[in-house]
Design a protein around this ligand. Structure first.
Ligand SMILES: O=C1O[C@H](COP(=O)(O)O)[C@@H](O)[C@H](O)[C@H]1O
Length: 240
């Protein structure tokens, strides 16, 4: 596990964008399968990407998937797709056919989890028995959840299917979530974690065992990197 600490969330975002662009440039013929997370943390990164790096990103070689989605329509402020679309995708020249969203508004989220699992299995080549994304961008909640796998839902970390229906235990919201075996199988599994509220989560990831889904993923992923800002790293530094 590699940890990189930056002075601010904007700097962590910029370094991560450049890191991803560099990965893409290393294989100039390749189409990259990239899964994005939602929530608040990547919003700044998406905004910066659309405004500062639009002309240096090979958009046509990116196929965009989602790590997780809340079961709401895209117009809802909770929609991970809606947020990504308004801050990034509608502002950059990514081909429409390269964007594969999870339909959070479907009446049967179970069926949608199955449909999306099958779609991903068709489009993303397998390795080790699971789809192998090139890049998976993750966040972590203050409670240590990642994707939409919360503490108490550890069975989804080792599920055999790519996506499952989960429930946010705090508010009962249904979610569709990429499962642990797929997350840890990516060529690059990258966490972006910023803000003081996440200091304990970062400390747990770096200094404890598999005490949360985020910690489990960070400890078991084939190739994992953490991009964090100084606030999120504050507890970790104290321990050092
Ligand atoms: O609910 C979610 O939470 C995590 C973390 O989100 P944040 O708002 O604390 O940054 C996120 O990674 C996930 O995609 C999202 O659905």
């Amino acid at each position: 596990m590699k940890l990189s600490i930056y002075p601010s969330s904007a700097e962590a975002s910029r370094k991560l964008i450049l890191y991803i662009i560099n990965i893409l440039n290393e294989e100039p013929e390749k189409i990259f399968n990239i899964a994005l997370s939602g929530g608040q943390t990547p919003a700044l990164m998406f905004d910066i990407w659309a405004n500062e790096y639009v002309n240096v990103t090979p958009w046509e070689r990116m196929r965009i998937f989602w790590v997780d989605e809340r079961c709401v329509p895209p117009s809802d402020s909770d929609s991970n797709y809606g947020m990504t679309c308004s801050l990034l995708l509608r502002l950059v020249p990514i081909p429409y056919e390269n964007v594969f969203r999870i339909y959070g508004e479907m009446k049967s989220p179970n069926k949608e989890a199955k449909r999306y699992s099958e779609l991903v299995e068709q489009l993303v080549p397998p390795k080790n028995g699971f789809p192998e994304f090139d890049i998976i961008l993750l966040g972590a909640g203050v409670d240590g959840h990642t994707s939409s796998i919360f503490s108490g839902q550890e069975e989804f970390l080792t599920s055999e299917v790519a996506y499952v229906l989960t429930i946010n235990p705090i508010n009962g919201q249904k979610r569709i979530a990429m499962t642990g075996n797929v997350i840890i199988n990516a060529r690059w599994t990258i966490f972006l974690i910023t803000g003081r509220a996440k200091a304990e989560v970062v400390s747990e990831i770096c200094n404890s065992g598999d005490v949360s889904p985020a910690a489990y993923v960070a400890h078991h992923a084939i190739n994992v990197e953490l991009f964090v800002d100084e606030l999120a790293a504050s507890n970790f530094r104290e321990i050092e």
